[in-house]
Design a binder for this molecule. Structure first.
Ligand SMILES: Cc1cc2nc3c(=O)[nH]c(=O)nc-3n(C[C@H](O)[C@H](O)[C@H](O)COP(=O)(O)OP(=O)(O)OC[C@H]3O[C@@H](n4cnc5c(N)ncnc54)[C@H](O)[C@@H]3O)c2cc1C
Length: 383
């Protein structure tokens, strides 16, 4: 990453003002890359600065790891365990019957480590918290954002990285709604090390059909995900709202009946040591698995400016694909390349954005197709 860029040679000499919506993973990666490219960037994040935030395991492939590396974040800052191994076992009668070893083309981080590493590198004033985008209009030929507190901000480019329930997607591409896939990723953060013998590796247990259990070490314990079928009515009962409304169930949303159900399934399906680990986990969350119609575009002209969707805002892919954060980071890197060509060499901006879209749409569409195929293979969501 070179912070010293040659002076712009063309009409693009005025610094583009970029508004990034969302300060989780995709948003801060985009902002740091665009700041390095010499653009004027502000991130608007709905959550308050004081809101407690944290998240679980995320596998990043080499391409995304390299983008993070080039932002000056050494891999050891975001990767606490160096293993590239995936130990995958078929479970029958609560015992592993066949085990295969795979090698993941990347390494595991956590949302918490990645978010911290990214946001601490943002220059002061770039991240504005407690700013929820409620609308986007064209005014005097420019995109103007409207916030829920009534404030407005003008930008040349609006980058929506505002996640699964994206306000940007609802404004720009309103026909692509979310559809519940019929199962839930129950998550837990246990305060003990994973059971031996594979304590440093990513462990995947398949007590198919209709369940899958993943486990990996994280700083201060281990992170598990237990995929289980759940009807929309059961979801509402367990987490207090419908799956397309409560797209993340935080610890305080997880009811005692949800907890008891997960413990019961673990006791019936998983090896005893893993069932015990689940039962002893205090901090629980849940994520409904959602599908969305594949996107056919990522870019919209707004007067003489543009708005784009990326990351989960563009398309939340199923978690089994392990592609959500990878997609967002790769799209951010591609956007930075397109905008650098515009800024440094006067490349036509609409054409550069179209080229970016053409390069990145197929990867998202492929992951959206792959998700239901994996779900079917595991017998998840069939009910
Ligand atoms: C169980 C599970 C396992 C996963 N494993 C992997 C994996 O191994 N590899 C992988 O690549 N991906 C994985 N993912 C997916 C990955 O976690 C997500 O794709 C990624 O976190 C999305 O990041 P994002 O920044 O695009 O969106 P989000 O993390 O959803 O962030 C959106 C941000 O926008 C803010 N926001 C929302 N609305 C507004 C608004 N109106 N105005 C302003 N701000 C707003 C939110 O507060 C939030 O901070 C997994 C997901 C799950 C559930």
């Amino acid at each position: 990453m070179t912070p010293h860029l040659p002076a712009a040679t063309t009409s693009s000499s005025r610094r583009l003002r970029v508004a990034v919506i969302g300060g989780s993973v995709t948003g801060p990666v985009t902002a740091l890359l665009l700041l390095h490219a010499g653009l004027d960037v502000t991130i608007y994040e709905a959550a308050a600065a004081t809101a407690p935030r944290g998240g679980g395991l995320i596998g990043l492939e080499h391409c995304a790891l390299d983008v993070v590396d080039r932002l000056g974040i050494p891999q050891q800052e975001i990767v606490a365990f160096n293993s590239e191994a995936i130990v995958q076992s078929v479970i029958r009668d609560r015992r592993a019957t066949q085990t295969v070893l795979r090698t993941y083309p990347g390494r595991n981080t956590t949302w918490t480590l990645l978010h911290k590493a990214l946001t601490k590198r943002l220059p002061a004033g770039v991240l504005r918290t407690g700013m929820r985008v409620a609308g986007l209009v064209e005014h005097a030929g420019q995109p103007v954002l409207r916030f829920s507190d009534g404030n407005t901000e003008t930008a040349d480019l609006v980058v929506f990285a505002d996640g699964r329930s994206s306000a940007g997607r609802q404004i720009l591409d309103p026909d692509r709604g979310l559809h519940y896939a019929g199962y839930v990723a129950h998550r837990g953060l246990a305060s003990c090390a994973p059971p031996e013998p594979h304590s440093g590796d990513f462990l995947r247990l398949d007590p198919c059909p209709g369940a899958q259990f993943n486990l990996a070490p994280v700083p201060d314990g281990c992170d598990w995900t237990f995929y289980l079928d759940c009807s929309p009515v059961e979801y509402h009962h367990c987490f207090g709202a419908s799956p397309t409304r409560r797209v993340f169930a935080l610890p305080h949303h997880v009811s005692s009946s949800a907890r008891a159900h997960v413990d019961e399934c673990a006791g019936r399906l998983l090896p005893p040591e893993h069932a015990e680990l689940v039962r002893d986990t205090a901090v629980r969350m849940a994520v409904p698995v959602l599908d969305i119609t594949p996107p056919s575009r990522m870019v919209w002209p707004i007067g003489s400016g543009h708005a784009v969707l990326l990351g989960d805002a563009l398309a939340p892919v199923r978690p089994h694909t392990a592609r959500g954060a990878n997609n967002g980071i790769e799209q951010a890197a591609g956007l930075a390349i397109a905008l650098t060509q515009h800024r440094r060499y006067g490349a036509d901006l609409p054409a550069a954005l179209r080229g970016w879209q053409r390069r990145h749409l197929p990867t998202v569409v492929a992951a959206l197709r792959q998700g239901p195929a994996i779900g079917d293979r595991l017998g998840l969501g069939a009910g």
